[in-house]
Design a protein around this ligand. Sequence first.
Ligand SMILES: NC(=O)c1ccc[n+]([C@@H]2O[C@H](COP(=O)([O-])OP(=O)(O)OC[C@H]3O[C@@H](n4cnc5c(N)ncnc54)[C@H](O)[C@@H]3O)[C@@H](O)[C@H]2O)c1
Ligand SMILES: O=C(O)[C@H](O)COP(=O)(O)O
Length: 410
Amino acid sequence: MLHKTSLDKSKIRFLLLEGIHPSAQEVLRAAGYSQIEALPGALEGEALQRKIADAHFIGVRSRTQLTAEVLAHAHKLVAIGCFCIGTNQVDLQAARERGIAVFNAPYSNTRSVAELVLAEAILLLRGVPARNAAAHRGGWLKSADNAYEARGKTLGIIGYGAIGSQLSVLAEALGMQVVFHDVVGKLPLGNARQAAGLHALLAQSDIVSLHVPEVPSTQWMIGAAEIAAMKPGAILINASRGTVVEIDALAQALREGHLAGAAVDVFPVEPKSNKDEFTSPLRGLDNVILTPHIGGSTQEAQANIGLEVAEKLVKYSDNGTSITSVNFPEVALPAHPGKHRILHVHHNQPGVLSAINQVFAALHVNIAGQYLQTDDKLGYVVIDLDAQSSELALEKLSQVAGTIRCRVLF
Ligand SMILES: NC(=O)c1ccc[n+]([C@@H]2O[C@H](COP(=O)([O-])OP(=O)(O)OC[C@H]3O[C@@H](n4cnc5c(N)ncnc54)[C@H](O)[C@@H]3O)[C@@H](O)[C@H]2O)c1
Ligand SMILES: O=C(O)[C@H](O)COP(=O)(O)O
């Protein structure tokens, strides 16, 4: 795709879906972007295809599915902002192949999730959800049966990343013992201990909390066998992704009384909007806290995410910097005062770089700066040059075999 000249900011269109916090719009407007359409919900099907065809940047949260099929309609799209942690809703490979960089907010909502999970652990240990439900129906379950302090209990954390490790610190402050399981060796915080493996963690934990991403190795990682390996009367908390736990197996273990309770924030299938009905085999179980995927939904987290991701999009749009992109070679770029900047995204195949350099040699262009980053399949080269040469250079570069996308900034 070739833009003959740097696109005027007033023509660059941002589409923000799923009620992204207004802080994102403030950042975009302060940077000079005015064409911003913000919608409260997710889009899908033809409506999404139609809208994305017109957007240069799109912002989504966890609900909007940006599949290869949808991205095939995104002819103008330069970058995607996931205003959340998870990027599993985007086909990252398809985006790469189209030269579309994807950014997210890896830390901004982690504290919110850790706090919610800790609160749920305490409520479930005390049997509050069932007592609360009974009270709403006129019951009065005053008793110490199945009610325990958090102090001294073992919390098993699966996935000791940004959320899992924060939860670990908070839980230890309550006097809990923490064990964790991760596929990567992690530095234990405080007195936390790395378990010998998943089943070793399951066998010793009073509460098991999941904090893994949605990747092939985590799909249905907690099924009937893993639940059976948990201590009788244990508690399961899932605020990671709905595909991590086999929900029917969990419902059965709760009904049979093997597990004392559960808190679930994420589901294999989630309603598309707040107007749609939530269906789940867990509905109606009084010892289960069901929340509508709100682990990261606090004012603090959403405002910070809005700032963080919008700033990344602005930087990529204004200057080409791709640092922290989750699917793109990362290049940190200085300002380019007085120069034009060409951004060339290409397949990393033999001959591309020499062809690019030949273009400049043939045009006798003086290169003021050149930056390059490649991975196994993708290359991102940035060239700063004098204004009078940029249009012709852009045209020639766009014809180099292997070019995916080429644009100019000035
Ligand atoms: N409920 C919500 O609203 C909400 C909010 C934020 C994040 N999340 C989910 O929580 C996930 C975790 O967030 P994070 O910030 O802690 O991510 P992170 O990347 O910092 O940590 C994830 C950890 O899981 C580990 N891991 C990966 N595969 C594993 C496996 N098969 N077994 C054991 N460990 C494995 C990784 O090595 C890493 O340490 C996100 O990917 C997202 O899906 C949900
Ligand atoms: O990946 C995340 O950060 C969480 O799942 C939150 O998603 P949300 O922005 O849709 O609440």
